[in-house]
Design a protein around this ligand. Sequence first.
Ligand code: DX5
Length: 227
Amino acid sequence: MGATEEILIIPSVLPADYSQLGKAIIELEEAGVDRIQWDVMDGVFVPNLTFGPDIIASVRKDTSLSFEAHLMIVEPDQYFTNYVNAGCDLLIVHAESTRHLHRSLSKVKEAGAKVGVALNPATPIEAIENVIDLVDLILIMTVNPGFGGQAYISTMSSKIRAAHELATLADHEIEIEVDGGISASTAAHAASAGARALVAGSALYRHPDGLKAAVSEIREIAIATIS
Ligand code: DX5
């Protein structure tokens, strides 16, 4: 028990047209995505700056889909309430971003959100073995965070497998999510290793047949892999 078996397609809003963000969110929902990921970056934890809570709050009304905040920021504890109040119901905290990961993850729960923990490519799975009881999701980064359009790091498959194993042994449901370089050509690799939630940005927005076709193609490839 523990690991989920359906395939979720979760768009990163990073490549969207920010001048029409509400429209972009509606288009993603129409394309059949399962929830929306906001890549929150502070220019310190990663060399890029993106979405504050007010931007997310401004489009909360445009969809009923869940919002997840991928917090690529230092001192994340300061912002949990802000992102929950902005409409995010899942907060993903990087193990590398806080001195006291167990306390930070507990604080996300106290803020009223579901809890995810993320690992950068160089961080071993052992870093989260002692907080598995607190999390609803494990995010294995398959690129070094900060930018979209990077190449999938295929050596992450063993860590995805280890995360899936941890989830299977857990006494509650834990979703295994991957983020970075997910496309029609890498979805099978990630799903066969145990990923069930696939975050994609550039592969969705660059698809020649549009968002809906991209979402369907990646989902069908992943489902065929685990069937
Ligand atoms: C990295 C970002 C990206 C983004 C997806 O910090 O988290 O992984 O969500 O980007 P693509 O799908 O273009 O690799």
